[in-house]
Write a protein that binds this ligand. Structure first.
Ligand code: HEC
Length: 118
């Protein structure tokens, strides 16, 4: 009985080790698509900040819908650096007092969802 349990535990352990390896590979593949300046950005924080700041409300007033039409991936913002620069500019002009890592987090989310720079 104990031996059976031990065997089961071993099988379970190696299955979860395999799952972890696969997860690691998947996240490496995913992060390979991210521009260097957005590597390690806190995407959860970025999404929260976008929702909490007046970004969306103001963009909606301007372009209607869900506001995302303001983001023009084929427009003059044509690099990760320019995207981050634009967010920093909004930050300064609107006195949002975001920290640099928050500006990066927001930019990384906008890149993931709209601009898709590699
Ligand atoms: C008070 C209104 C207002 C607020 C608040 C605001 N924006 Fe904007 N944003 C604009 C307007 C207007 C434009 C279009 C500027 C233009 O086309 O010249 C714009 C453009 C942008 C663009 C460039 C779009 C493109 O592809 O050309 C980005 C990126 C952006 N905003 C991000 C943000 C983020 C992130 C926030 C919140 C942290 C934010 N904005 C808050 C009004 C606002």
């Amino acid at each position: 009985m104990t031996r059976l349990l031990t065997q089961r535990a071993r099988a379970l352990a190696s299955a979860s080790a395999l799952a972890l390896t696969l997860l690691g590979l998947a996240s490496q593949l995913a992060s390979a698509q991210v521009p260097a300046i957005f590597e390690g950005a806190d995407l959860q924080l970025g999404a929260k900040l976008i929702a909490d700041s007046q970004c969306v409300a103001c963009h909606q007033r301007r372009v209607g819908g869900d506001g995302s039409a303001i983001y023009k991936p084929a427009g003059r913002i044509n690099s990760p650096g320019l995207l981050r620069g634009m967010v920093e500019q909004c930050n300064l002009e609107l006195n949002l007092t975001l920290f640099p890592e928050e500006v990066t987090a927001i930019s990384a989310v906008l890149n993931r969802d709209h601009y898709r720079f590699k």
